[in-house]
Design a binder for this molecule. Sequence first.
Ligand SMILES: Nc1ncnc2c1ncn2[C@@H]1O[C@H](COP(=O)(O)OP(=O)(O)O)[C@@H](O)[C@H]1O
Ligand SMILES: [Mg+2]
Length: 372
Amino acid sequence: MWVSELELHHFRNHSHTTLALPAGVSVFVGSNGQGKTNLIEAIGYLAYQSSHRVAQDRTLVQEGQDTAVVRARVNHADRHAEVAAEISLRGANRAKLAGNTVSMGELSGWVKAVLFTPEDLSLIRGEPAGRRRYLDSTMTVLRPATAAILGDYERVVKQRNALLKTHRGRPTPELESTLRGWDDAFVDLAGAYTTARVQLLRQLSPAVTAAYATVAPGNDVSLGLESTAMTDEGLLAEDLEGHYRSELDRQRRAEWERGMTLVGPHRDDLALVLNGLPSRTHSSQGEAWSLALGLRMAQAVLYREESTSGDPIMILDDVFAELDRSRRATLEALVADYEQVLVTAAVWEDVPQAFSGQVFDVANGEVAPRGQ
Ligand SMILES: Nc1ncnc2c1ncn2[C@@H]1O[C@H](COP(=O)(O)OP(=O)(O)O)[C@@H](O)[C@H]1O
Ligand SMILES: [Mg+2]
């Protein structure tokens, strides 16, 4: 797939940006703070309905405004569509397809993108939350139906947490019984969520291994789920609901004391093991970068395989300055045959020659095609 028209309205520092984009490579050049990442963040928002940089949508709305709009014309092999997202400080966000209101999640069916960004290094070395986000976003793209499980699970955890926090340290029999009311839903959803994650990992592991082998041949990389639901032998507990029920019982006191849900997939982690060592704590800078590239390439390969709408849009945001020569070359080769590749860089000299395409200059929230 590829985006042929992009429009940003009050999105970060883009007051009003309208662009015609070609298929193939586009390069966005501009010094720091001009709005390059903001531009690709907007496309990422259409694909994932969230920013790759911030948890809160409100920061996406231009200072002093109350609604940001991202609109795109998306082209698939034999169809095209106008999609839009409206991010609103007051009231709910809205998604549109051909002018009609649709659910936010439907946008993912029309816009698929893989983002390579400097923040990817923290996928490897940072907190578990980043790796959970990676797993969850990949999962909802590959299996849109799982979005409902994730959403429901999040809601139940929020409700349990609110109850535990408000009455922290002083549960009454009544409160205990209200909490038990949430437990049934919790146990169901935690089981379904964990099952979906394990299925995803089965698909993801070989893809990451293969991608890593291209970036850094001759290494052994493995992916695993770190979860109370996994046995010491690395097997998934047979009775997941039973497992979560007994975990809840075991943590009951601690949950009331700490005022939060201490059990479940929202606390799990993706274990990335490189040559027998956990990469979070043991990887070198170069290994961490290779692994980060491997995780992103695996998304691209799987999205492509599963997609009925063509390739995902490949977005490389300011990554060339971070990568050494051989990793640059690998990345170039990997993205070369995707339908659309969007590249940003502070200086033109940082962009490998292989990425010759339409150049756009980005300055102060405005974007202009070069040479026109
Ligand atoms: N909500 C917002 N409203 C207005 N300006 C914003 C908003 N969020 C970020 N900016 C501005 O956007 C600029 C950063 O743009 P960015 O796309 O990250 O730069 P770069 O070109 O280096 O990638 C900063 O100068 C920041 O002040
Ligand atoms: Mg940037």
